[in-house]
Design a protein around this ligand. Structure first.
Ligand SMILES: C[S@@+](CC[C@H](N)C(=O)[O-])C[C@H]1O[C@@H](n2cnc3c(N)ncnc32)[C@H](O)[C@@H]1O
Length: 366
């Protein structure tokens, strides 16, 4: 039996929950665009990569088709993805002249905000629901109980900031920068190492939970091969946050030392690195891969959207590190004030260097 690690139940609160103006629910346009782009991939993969002859999908003898979503946050995006998955599975069963199964959806995220999620469930849904709180870097489900695993815009969250970047005696000490820009090889290696370990533990846990032949869809924001994160639009968004924090430190509003030890637990891989990490897993085989059209190709976000999206994503991490010392409203009003200057580098055609990587894996039975 899997050993239950109770620390996995504690909230790591990166993303702002609830239903307020600064919540993920009201500030996730970027993720919504990604969800739109992935629908076609979901249809193709479920139509072609599910083997209906596999006994794990014979629902005359098995009670229900179980879908688990990891890092689901509070919606509404997750409900759109679920609709796409369920419609595709239903049409697969219809085409095979089989009766469609019952569906159970199990939502996973850190513990903080299941109330908002369950309050906002679509009333007309065709699935039964349950919630499993905890970190997706460990085991959360019994062996061979999931038929479809889904995770979007969550794997770039690291389980922790790599220790080396906070160690003053290490060449990877990340003084003066709040994330991994890709300009220092030591810092980049430390972040990449943490990302590799985290993705590996995520995949190992899911490989045990997924039935043989089961499918997994992972969507993650990344950067093109050879690019540095600091060159991407998202990199500029974080750079500006760093400048605002520096400004506040220079005015004595936060401690300079606290700022030096602040690093975001985020890593955006190149598509090549992400595939390399995925391919190391022996139990899961890649069956489909695509770069989704980047959200900024569809529309140009307003300043409010950029600042609101950033705040919803990382407010919790900032509060955790700086505590009561920091006035978050002041930080983001400064951000909005400085944004017009950086805006061209964020929304300009030449700087749209982020992309969303969508990958399907199946459990190969090994
Ligand atoms: C940017 S939100 C994306 C939410 C949603 N999937 C979407 O596409 O709109 C990322 C979510 O992943 C969750 N998350 C990050 N790391 C996680 C982990 N190790 N285990 C569970 N949830 C995690 C965060 O709490 C957050 O709610």
């Amino acid at each position: 039996m899997a050993k239950q690690d109770n620390t996995l139940l504690l909230g790591a609160d990166p993303t702002t929950g609830g239903d307020g103006p600064n919540s993920h629910a009201h500030n996730s346009v970027h993720q919504k665009r990604t969800v739109d782009g992935e629908k076609q991939m979901i249809n193709q993969s479920i139509a072609n990569d599910f083997d209906m002859k596999n006994q794990n999908f014979d629902f005359s003898s098995i009670p229900c088709f179980r879908i688990a979503t990891f890092g689901c946050s509070v919606g509404p995006n997750i409900f759109i993805s679920l609709q796409s998955i369920i419609e595709a599975v239903e049409s697969k069963y219809q085409l095979s002249s089989c009766e469609s199964p019952e569906f159970q959806v199990i939502f996973n995220d850190y513990i903080d905000d299941f109330n908002t999620l369950f309050r906002s469930l679509p009333t007309s849904r065709e699935y039964l629901v349950a919630g499993v709180p905890g970190s997706s870097h460990g085991r959360l489900f019994p062996n061979s109980t999931l038929h479809f695993v889904y995770s979007s815009s969550a794997l770039h969250w690291l389980s922790k900031v790599p220790e080396e970047v906070m160690d003053k005696s290490s060449p990877a000490w990340n003084k003066g920068t709040i994330y991994c820009t890709g300009t220092s090889k030591h810092v980049n290696d430390a972040y990449l190492g943490q990302f590799e370990r985290d993705v590996e533990s995520f995949l190992n846990a899911r490989a045990q939970e997924l039935v043989m032949g089961g499918l997994m869809c992972l969507v993650i924001s990344g950067i093109p091969n050879g690019a540095k994160f600091s060159e991407s639009a998202l990199g500029k968004v974080y750079d500006l946050l760093g400048f605002c924090l520096e400004d506040m430190a220079a005015r004595g509003l936060i401690s300079g030392e606290k700022l030096d030890s602040f690093n975001l637990p985020l890593y955006y891989p190149t598509s090549g690195k992400f595939l390399e990490v995925i391919k190391k897993n022996k139990h899961l085989s890649m069956v489909r891969f695509a770069i989704l059209k980047h959200p900024l190709e569809y529309f140009v976000p307003s300043d409010q959207m950029i600042a609101g999206g950033l705040r919803a994503a990382i407010e919790g991490v900032i509060k955790n590190h700086f505590g009561d010392q920091i006035d978050i409203d002041e930080l983001f009003s400064l951000y909005l004030k400085k944004l017009p200057e950086s805006r061209p580098s964020i929304v300009d055609d030449n700087n749209r260097r982020n992309m969303d990587i969508c990958i399907f894996l199946n459990h190969n039975g090994v």
